[in-house]
Design a protein around this ligand. Structure first.
Ligand SMILES: Cc1cc2nc3c(=O)[nH]c(=O)nc-3n(C[C@H](O)[C@H](O)[C@H](O)COP(=O)(O)OP(=O)(O)OC[C@H]3O[C@@H](n4cnc5c(N)ncnc54)[C@H](O)[C@@H]3O)c2cc1C
Length: 503
């Protein structure tokens, strides 16, 4: 067993992790950054970052109102305002770290619009390659950081109600990084499902790590399905996304017969919030038996220049988006819930912080508004890094010890993904969720002998939490749609919190 020491351990090298690590490092702390995978969701972000720019017709009030409307009664209004109001400052900091955004004219950023936004307020880069630019800039700024690749965080260690470090697995085997502050920035959980827009490392690790440490999680039933994941005949793994900005620029959603899918469903039509559009597509596909819907973007001028990433993904699948409609299906995309934190990333456990997609700050409620996640990662990542640095400064030196580890169980990954895709997808019902719970109960004990087995265990723990939360919410709200409870129940306008693994 190897041992190392740090003031702050950051788990994750996406937007939230690198911004947190840089913030703690710039406060003079010894920071160790762990990453298990080469890819991040951050790299794949397309549409952009929602931010209110000064000297425009936009306002913090308008962005807050749009975010809260999408969140369907579960946003924490103070958290939303705090994060939105800090957005422009955080974006300027990213620019100081080297990020560049597309300009409409020299000195003025080009703004696009996405579903649920009442204004054009999305800044973007390289057309539809915003995440790649954010990642490039942060990787470059983070070159001075101590980043350990192929290191998997297995367990948060604690003693006397405070964090003492992280148990880690690398090529030398298991070890411990002793530290008084740990920031979880582990991203999402898309690989609970057979097909997802998420990179291969998005296996819900942070939620599982929190639950095993007895730290509350919330709102995990709210998994956003992006309405337009490219349908290229492949049904598993990471699938390319067709950014919502394509609809923002005039792309329209049609069924195979050429009928609009969203007409009469919502006043914002194809730019309605994502859950509405995804559920409309799901319903139309069930009704017609068609395998996919179509996004007709042929009327958009200069499509390939404005959307080079989408164009490349379509062409790789043998589709020319400038001359034919793009086949699409809804795909698992974003976890609105996660580890409960305040807007500084603080969890219930002293010394444990969380930021980015793994965290539940109250910003997204029951449904995230498009392009609000990079914003949240930037703002809360920075705050969590500063808070973790401060905590490390104030806390006694940490000495971590491995306690007794409970037996961990896992379903084989394919089986778990099939069950989640069948029973806990865009639309759920009690019968299906109960069947899913029974399948999860059959999970067998699994040794944590490598990254894959750890991920299987994390996926199973996270799936159990999602299933329990989805079963307990007997209503439809935000991106949680129950066919047996199609209406929203005003009596259920509150978040559910879980503080222990249920399998
Ligand atoms: C295709 C796509 C397009 C998107 N487009 C947009 C957009 O336009 N605008 C927007 O705001 N949002 C968008 N999103 C969402 C947004 O990109 C993500 O929510 C955000 O980037 C998440 O950042 P993060 O730092 O929390 O996690 P990530 O960027 O996913 O990083 C997670 C990190 O944690 C590491 N990790 C995980 N578990 C462990 C472990 N156990 N041990 C060690 N390391 C671990 C991973 O290796 C990785 O380094 C998009 C997402 C996708 C998938």
């Amino acid at each position: 067993m190897w041992h190392q020491r740090a003031d702050v351990v950051v788990v994750g090298t996406g937007v939230a992790g690198l911004v947190a690590a840089l913030a703690a490092h710039r406060r003079g702390r010894k920071v160790v950054v762990l990453s298990k995978a080469a890819d991040t969701a951050t790299f794949y972000a397309q549409g952009g970052i929602a931010v209110v720019l000064p000297d425009t017709d936009d306002s913090i009030d308008a962005h807050v109102a749009d975010t809260i409307a999408a969140g369907a009664g579960l946003c924490d209004a103070d958290a939303v305002r705090s994060i939105v109001a800090d957005g422009y400052r955080a974006v300027r900091e990213l620019v100081d770290d080297g990020a560049r955004f597309d300009e409409a004219e020299p000195g003025r950023w080009s703004l696009t619009r996405e579903g649920g936004h009442s204004r054009r307020r999305i800044i973007h880069s390289g057309g539809d390659a915003t995440g790649a630019e954010v990642q490039r800039a942060l990787d470059h700024a983070g070159a001075t950081l101590d980043i350990r690749r192929n290191h998997v965080a297995l367990q948060i260690l604690q003693s006397g109600g405070a964090v003492t470090g992280v148990q880690v697995l690398n090529e030398d085997g298991p070890g411990i990084v002793h530290a008084p502050s740990v920031v979880l920035a582990t991203g999402g959980l898309g690989h609970l499902y057979s097909a997802t827009t998420n990179p291969e490392g998005s296996t819900g690790d942070g939620i599982a790590l929190a639950l095993w440490a007895g730290v509350p999680i919330s709102d995990v039933e709210f998994i956003q399905f992006h309405p337009t994941m490219l349908f290229d005949g492949h049904a598993s793994g990471r699938r390319p996304l067709i950014t919502e900005a394509v609809r923002g620029e005039g792309g329209i959603l049609l069924d195979r017969q050429g009928n609009s899918i969203t007409r009469g469903i919502h006043p914002m039509g194809d730019l309605a919030p994502r859950d509405v559009v995804a559920a409309a597509i799901d319903a139309r596909l069930r009704e017609t038996g068609d395998p996919c819907a179509y996004l007709d973007a042929r009327a958009i001028t200069d499509f390939d220049r404005r959307f080079p990433t989408v164009t490349a993904a379509c062409r790789a699948a043998g589709i020319d988006p400038t001359s034919q409609p793009i086949p699409v299906v809804p795909g698992a995309h974003y976890s609105c819930g996660g580890v409960v934190t305040d807007v500084y990333g603080r969890t219930d456990l002293a010394g444990l912080f969380a930021a980015g997609e793994v965290a539940r700050t109250g910003m997204h409620g029951a449904n995230r508004l498009a392009s609000n996640s990079l914003l949240e990662g930037l703002v809360v990542g920075g705050r969590a890094g500063r808070a973790a640095a401060q905590h490390a400064n104030d806390a006694a030196p940490a000495h971590a010890e491995l306690g007794d580890v409970e037996t961990r169980v896992a379903l084989p990954r394919n089986k778990l993904q099939r069950a989640m895709s069948t029973y806990a997808s865009v639309v759920r019902d009690a019968d299906g969720l109960q069947q899913l719970a029974r399948e999860l109960e059959a999970a067998d004990p699994r040794d944590l002998d490598g990254r894959a087995s750890f991920e299987d265990v994390a996926l199973t723990t996270t799936a159990c939490a999602v299933t329990a939360a989805a079963l307990a919410r007997n209503e439809s709200r935000g991106c949680h749609h129950r066919s047996d409870f199609p209406d929203t129940d005003p009596a259920l306008a509150h978040s559910q919190v879980f503080a222990a693994a249920c399998c």
